[in-house]
Design a protein around this ligand. Structure first.
Ligand code: FCB
Length: 436
């Protein structure tokens, strides 16, 4: 790699990220079922109808996985807790095995000198809560606050940082408007409610953790750069709307206590009544902002009802996901987020990485990481208070609707034997992060 630790400020944190359902093996340890289990069991939703039953079997192999994190020289590990592992019904009875697992996991990280960075929810909603309407039901904010209290009541004393929810756009829009993720809905009213409730639940979780005396609490957003597909006015307006829905709605709610006007034009009739009254909770102060960045989209107008947008294939090199590689948009986002929303608040790049079919000599991934680190450096040079960078992901894992084929790991996983083999990118990062 061209970059190394010393190219960044001395207190800059390098980390690696995963999520519970994607690696743990959800069928183990008496976890309850989730909406991802039933979504995956419904033909047509997930490549090869694959699910997270075994995944990387991290549930039994986490010590070995944490040795890999330590040996690579990472400072931080971003993981998520599974709601249904801790509360199989989503509420009520605690599965002690589940809580004990996250307790052991935390100590195993600390023993290795790795800072634990938790996300409370990374997409696997307990089925009994999905039956009650899931993110469409306003009560989810309280169910989530209760879950937060239980998990963080146990491990919160040892966390370096915590964010309540991974990627509110995916939880709401991707899953309730586009139907690509669980619960697989395509309904604008469900979408509007999920978009609002996911932010309300975020706010309630932050309040709950403040009540537990915790600090270094943040929020994690996925951003996608929207570029007009051509020079026309209509493409410009379309790209602004895509940006509003994808990026500014969620950042705006949390940091500005408002939603963008161009999004409200279409969504307001579908939002819950008195939504404006929730902004004090949604916007309760956080200590940092996390940005997940992968790609950009070329956008233009579609002859269709609101939002009337369509994506146009772009000319840039693409990853195994078919996502264009556009590193420059990362620095633009970092600079813009600080300027428009977060000011002096620390920013972390909480996910960045690429899927590649290359299972061992993944020089494409090394190039991708280098190009994006160059943009982090560029934004730092412009004064953006970026405090860390996390690679997605430690291991090849369950890539949601795309199953096990898309490989994001620094470490290869053979899904027959579950054997782990570090790739070239792992070794490159190990050399780059070494302290002499
Ligand atoms: C992000 C998700 C993560 C993974 C990567 C590729 O949107 O947070 O779980 O799927 O994309």
């Amino acid at each position: 790699m061209k970059h190394k630790r010393t190219d960044f400020p001395p207190d800059f944190q390098f980390g690696v990220a995963t999520s519970a359902y994607q690696i743990e093996g959800h069928a183990q340890g008496a976890a309850g079922t989730t909406h991802w289990d039933s979504f995956a069991a419904t033909p047509g939703n997930v490549a090869n109808a694959e699910n997270g039953d075994i995944a990387c079997d991290h549930y039994n192999r986490f010590e070995q996985d944490f040795d890999l994190i330590r040996d690579a020289g990472f400072d931080c590990y971003r993981f998520s807790t599974s709601w249904a592992r801790v509360l199989p019904e989503g509420r009520g009875t605690i599965n002690q095995q589940g809580l004990d697992f996250y307790d052991r996991l935390t100590d195993a990280l600390l023993e290795r000198g790795i800072k634990p960075c938790a996300t409370l929810y990374h997409w696997e909603l307990p089925s009994p809560l999905a039956d009650l309407g899931g993110w469409r039901n306003r009560d989810i904010a309280e169910w989530f606050a209760d879950f937060t209290e239980i998990v963080m009541g146990r491990i919160g004393d040892r966390m370096f940082s915590v964010a309540p929810i991974n990627e509110p756009w995916c939880v709401s829009w991707l899953s309730h408007f586009e139907g690509h993720h669980a619960p697989g809905l395509r309904d604008i009213r469900a979408t509007a409610r999920a978009m609002h409730h996911v932010l309300l639940a975020h706010g309630r979780a932050i309040e709950t953790m403040r009540g537990l005396g915790m600090s270094n609490l943040g929020a994690v957003f996925n951003l996608e750069w929207a570029e007009p597909a051509d020079d026309s006015n209509e493409a410009r307006i379309a790209a602004e709307l895509y940006d509003g829905i994808y990026n500014r709605f969620f950042l705006g709610g949390v940091f500005d206590k408002s939603y963008p006007g161009n999004v409200l034009d279409g969504l307001e009739p579908h939002l819950p009544t008195n939504w404006q009254d929730d902004f004090d909770t949604i916007g309760t102060p956080v200590d940092w902002c996390g940005l997940n960045y992968y790609t950009r989209k070329l956008i233009t107008r579609a002859d269709a009802p609101w939002p009337g947008l369509k994506e146009v294939p772009g000319p840039l090199p693409k990853t195994q996901m078919g996502w264009e590689v556009d590193p420059a948009a990362l620095s633009r986002f970092l600079i813009r987020t600080a300027r428009d929303h977060t000011g002096d608040l620390p920013i972390y790049v909480t996910e960045n990485g690429m899927a590649s079919p290359e299972r061992h000599h993944d020089t494409d991934r090394i190039g991708y990481l280098d190009q994006h680190l160059a943009e982090v450096r560029r934004a730092l040079d412009q004064g953006v208070p970026i405090k860390g960078y996390f690679v997605w992901s430690l291991l090849d894992n369950y890539e949601w609707a795309l199953g096990y084929e898309k490989r994001f790991g620094l470490v290869d996983v053979d899904f027959e034997t579950l054997e782990r083999t570090p790739k070239a990118s792992y070794h490159a990062l190990q050399a780059a992060l070494a302290r002499d």
